[in-house]
Design a protein around this ligand. Structure first.
Ligand code: COA
Ligand code: ZN
Length: 324
């Protein structure tokens, strides 16, 4: 099927954020070996861009206290883009010391969310993020900047698109290679997201933008489609729909990687991700975390596999989960 999209370029990059956004607030804490096992399963699916961890205060986010250990345990590999979230210069120094060659700073579009998330005023957060980005540019380190609460803030309500885009421009000017426009609490609606991304693309260009959606109100896939139509070709997603920011009330699960991959591939875009292998990674995440994990596609996918097993074996004793 020919690729869709205004640019005629049907290739879409998915940045898997489950190991950071997905695990940072989960009640079950994974060890380094378990995180590695999940990373390997995700790599097998073909994913090659990851936000791996964060170098933040272990008191603020205990689940990420093992960041340096995790980076040290990774198999060395060419062609995989790895970033780690850093909230300040201290985090940047720790990430570099651990050997990271990619980082992400996080700037919320509102005063209160910056205070709650990273203990800084908006102005101080802008300065701190810009300082990290300048350093990263000087060091030849790939850097992305989140502009969080891009549709609404859990404390201050709806966010103005002009504010979001002005912050995106500021981060790009400071040296960011990419800005991730993040609907941190999944508060956006399709019309609003279309307006936001249309203006952002007009002012910054689609090439240096990516989209980060949460599926709080079941609109994650829809909002991705809307951003796609505005020219966005890079998306964050989290395996099994895991996720949520501990400092942004209402931030439930991220958009599930499997839902995004399915929607894109069904529509003729190319993700280089193998859906059965991705479903196997989601099953693994469920086993490791001991709970219900999976995107909205999961019940359909599993029932389709069950009926195929019945057809081929004449039994329903086959695999219940695809790709396991
Ligand atoms: N990594 C590890 N420790 C750090 C750190 C970093 N990047 N930056 C600061 N710290 C330590 C300080 O040394 C201090 O330690 P101490 O209590 O043992 O003296 C402690 O963290 C507090 O630092 P301080 O500078 O007083 O600031 P704070 O208490 O306002 O915390 C942050 C600021 C940014 C460190 C903290 O809010 C944070 O880590 N936030 C991350 C939030 C997050 O990950 N959100 C989800 C992703 S968007
Ligand atoms: Zn998020």
């Amino acid at each position: 099927m020919p690729a869709q999209g205004e640019s005629g370029n049907g290739r879409v990059t998915i940045n898997e954020v489950g190991l950071r956004d997905g695990l940072q607030n989960h009640p079950r804490r994974l060890g380094v070996a378990e995180k590695l096992e999940l990373y390997r399963a995700l790599r097998i699916s073909g994913l090659h861009s990851f936000e791996l961890t964060s170098f933040v205060s272990p008191k603020a986010v205990p689940a990420m206290a093992d960041a340096a250990e995790l980076v040290a345990a990774l198999p060395p590999e060419e062609g995989v883009n790895l970033t780690a979230l850093v909230p300040n210069r201290r985090g940047y120094a720790r990430a570099r010391e651990a050997g990271m060659r990619g980082i992400a700073v996080v700037l919320a579009a509102t005063e209160t969310l910056n205070q709650r998330n990273i203990g800084m005023s908006l102005d101080r957060a802008r300065e701190e993020c810009a300082a990290v980005l300048r350093q990263a540019a000087a060091d030849g380190v790939f850097a992305r900047a989140y502009v969080a609460a891009a549709c609404a803030c859990p404390y201050e309500g709806p966010t103005s698109p002009d504010t979001v885009i002005a912050l995106a421009e500021e981060m790009l000017a400071a040296g960011a290679d990419e800005v991730a426009i993040a609907d941190t609490i999944g508060a956006g609606n399709p019309r609003q997201v279309a307006t936001l991304f249309r203006s952002a693309v007009a002012r910054c260009g689609a090439g240096c933008l990516s989209a980060h959606f949460h599926d709080t109100r079941a609109l994650g896939v829809t909002l991705s489609w809307v951003a796609l139509q505005e020219g966005i070709r890079k998306f964050d997603a989290s395996i099994g729909g895991l996720g949520g920011c501990p400092f942004a009330p209402g931030a439930s699960g991220n958009l599930a990687t499997e839902d995004l991959v399915f929607m894109l591939e069904e529509s003729g875009y190319r993700t280089q991700v193998d859906l059965p292998a991705l479903m196997a990674a989601a099953s693994l995440a469920g086993r490791l975390l001991g709970g219900q994990v999976g995107g909205r596609i999961t019940p359909w996918y599993e029932s389709r596999h069950r009926s195929r097993n019945i057809e081929s074996n004449g039994t329903n004793q086959g695999q219940a989960r695809g790709g396991d």
